[in-house]
Write a protein of this length. Sequence first.
Length: 386
Amino acid sequence: MQRARRPAPARASENARHCNGTTERPDTSRPDGYNRISMKIIVTGGAGFIGSCFVRLALGNPSLEIVNIDKLTYAGNLENLESVANHPRYRFVRADICDLEGLRRIFAEVKPDCVVHFAAESHVDRSIFAPQPVFETNLRGTFNMLETMRAHRVERFIHVSTDEVYGSLEEPLEADEQFPLQPSSPYSAGKAGSDLLALSYHKTYKLPVIVTRASNNYGPFQFPEKLIPLMITHAFDGKPLPIYGDGMQIRDWLYVEDHCQAILKIVEKGRDGEIYNIGGNRSLPNKTVVEQILAITGKPSSLIEYVADRPGHDRRYALSSEKLQRETGWSPRMDFERGLKSTVDWYRTNLEWIAHVRSGEYQKYHDQNYANRNQELGAVVSEPRP
């Protein structure tokens, strides 16, 4: 594979608290090491798909205390956290990261050691129909988080981002952390901007910022507007499975728990001011993923329906996670076929959860994006906006 590279950094210390809660003696000689016996973590967006997985996983480590900040927008769901809602080391605070004064009050009270910043508007199609919320949350919200940290210093800030900031890559290219940013949508442009903003606060104000960029996640509790849960739920209902364009857009698939394990490793061993890619090492065309879902659910391929493609749709994403693997020892554990079957099984046994999240606002968006897709997309890309 052809990659943009730079010299390899020094290997991070192996002496740190493991994710399973066991402890090794801290290496206090390393000035850039992050070794603590216990830590209090603020998680933003912790009621969402990836954030809630991180919260559940982190609470398995007896040295970690979690304070979850979430506005509870359409994709934030406290049902995702029912299993830990009464955990003694967990607390939920309903708050908006766009409220700077509210954030400052929370930080002054909590006094966190670390922040893991998931909160974002993360759906590309929503960003095309309505770009303003993407700007407000992904850029202004991240700005507010960084400004809050200037007043209430923490020891680590993990800014969670996406491989979409690299744009579409021709084969055989893979993006490493120095690859040029070429975002294609309001969503990915907003994330690229917030990445650069976060890194600038490290350079200018010496804040302990780390940026992570992950490939497409899948797994339990994912809101059913994303490809895999949308196709699973449509297959259950015998509804058409809408595939954009020719369905040959290639994505790298990462099981959500593998992603969160990587972030925990970066909390332990990552280096301030660095970027870490997190990939699943399983690249597939969207059409192939949909066909596998149909096979698992026992539904016919005649349910596939090709619909108008997304404006500016990236053709291929590809990541190199070599740096993360070299510095932390992390690698993805879940192979895609096993993870996909497990995910389908989870949705099959959680039909009540699906019914709850598909009501109200979700149904309105679903009709806009699928039932009236050609008309709605035509209006968005051709008509001037006030």
